[in-house]
Design a protein around this ligand. Structure first.
Ligand SMILES: [Zn+2]
Length: 151
């Protein structure tokens, strides 16, 4: 199981790098099959809600034909922002794995609302398991690549 999450985190990092963004998210079924994967597409779509996690949740819902994703797992390069953490709650997702924390993203100069996803999850009462710090040095490198690509 651990190996699959790590493999999927590497895939998310690859997807983010390919799309010149630090943000990419993947949704897996409870038996670790890939259901949806997306980078952040805010600029491409001119849509402030097109965060990687929101895109992936939309794709997973379309594929499964339901809004109920309680059997699914979210793997994302960065900690879900308050909008995405709320979408996790509404979708029923039970497990979340991420790389960098919101504080670390802010330290890279990216605008964030400083509210931890764990606070949103705990207030939801959904019993969501969340774990951060996965491959954080590789995710940090995504921010450096992104900065280079933009300059
Ligand atoms: Zn977000």
């Amino acid at each position: 199981m651990r190996t699959t999450i790590e493999t999927m985190m590497h895939y998310a990092i690859h997807l983010a790098k390919k799309n010149q963004t630090p943000y990419a998210a993947i949704i897996l079924t409870s038996d670790y099959k890939l259901l949806a994967a997306s980078p952040n597409t805010v600029s491409e779509n001119n849509d402030v809600t097109a965060h990687a996690e929101i895109n992936a949740i939309r794709m997973a819902g379309e594929r499964l034909g339901t809004t109920d994703l309680h059997d699914c797992i979210l793997v994302t390069t960065c900690e879900p922002c308050p909008m995405c953490a709320s979408a996790v709650v509404w979708s029923g997702i039970q497990r979340v794995y991420f790389g960098l924390s919101i504080q670390q993203i802010q330290q890279k100069g990216h605008r964030q609302i400083p509210l931890n996803s764990a606070d949103i999850y705990s207030k939801s009462g959904n019993g969501i398991y969340s774990e951060g710090g996965l491959f954080d040095s590789e995710v940090l490198a995504l921010f450096d690549n992104y900065k280079k690509a933009k300059s």
